[in-house]
Write a protein that binds this ligand. Structure first.
Ligand SMILES: C[S@@+](CC[C@H](N)C(=O)[O-])C[C@H]1O[C@@H](n2cnc3c(N)ncnc32)[C@H](O)[C@@H]1O
Length: 206
């Protein structure tokens, strides 16, 4: 198998400095739409500890900090994205370089785990989802927002396109695929919505 984590790391290390400013499809246009949707969904939700997996430059945490007082954690495979995130916050935000498939956190630590526009990069998707499940408290929420497709577009994407991409994209999923995987990993799907275009957000409860 290609080294998808290595490709993602290289791709986002190179993007880190421009990522926030360049709101294009190649950079942060879709992630910003997803982050705003996730922040909106959490507006009236109380939590003490939240983890953002694949947090990038920390845009979601920035939004959430303005509306919810809590302890925030972010993890990302790209050291440069984490460096940018660290430049925005004081040390009360816990930011770590690491892989979604091997989370450096205790069992049942978090009330909410988010994963925004990052899941399609994971070479071990079920392992990553099981890790999210492991670190969530019972009753906790796993909020996954991503861009995906279905039908022929998905097959073309997965069987042709992905083999040539250098950005570390591992697979395209439909909203239904994510719902099914969540259920397989033990979550109960409590919400599943199209956000805009090919962007969707699915919420699973542990
Ligand atoms: C499109 S960016 C989204 C960043 C952020 N969530 C946002 O919405 O702005 C995808 C992020 O996922 C991270 N990523 C990719 N593969 C990863 C993995 N296996 N483990 C952790 N992070 C990963 C990348 O480094 C990148 O920062």
């Amino acid at each position: 198998m290609r080294d998808f984590e290595g490709l993602s790391k290289k791709h986002f290390d190179a993007q880190a400095k421009d990522y926030d400013q360049k709101e294009t499809v190649y950079y942060s246009k879709f992630p910003k739409i997803s982050c705003r949707d996730v922040a909106e969904k959490l507006k009236n939700h109380e939590y003490e500890k939240l983890l953002d997996i694949g947090c990038g430059t920390g845009y979601l945490i920035e939004l959430l900090k303005k509306q919810n007082e809590a302890e925030y954690f972010g993890l990302d495979i790209s050291p440069e994205m984490i460096k940018m995130a660290k430049s925005k916050f004081d040390e009360s935000v816990n930011l770590t370089v690491g892989s979604a498939s091997d989370l450096p956190y205790y069992y049942q630590m978090f009330d909410v785990v988010c994963c925004v526009q990052s899941f399609h990069h994971y070479p071990y998707p079920e392992k990553a989802m099981q890790e999210a499940y492991r670190v969530l408290k019972p009753g906790g929420l796993y909020i996954l927002s991503d861009t995906g497709c279905s039908g022929i577009a998905k097959h073309f994407d997965n069987f042709v396109f992905r083999h040539f991409m250098k950005s570390g994209d591992y697979a395209a999923y439909s909203r239904k695929d994510i719902e099914k995987m969540m259920e397989k990993c033990g979550f109960t799907v409590v919400s599943s919505e199209k956000v805009q275009g090919f962007i969707f957000t699915v919420i699973g409860k542990k």
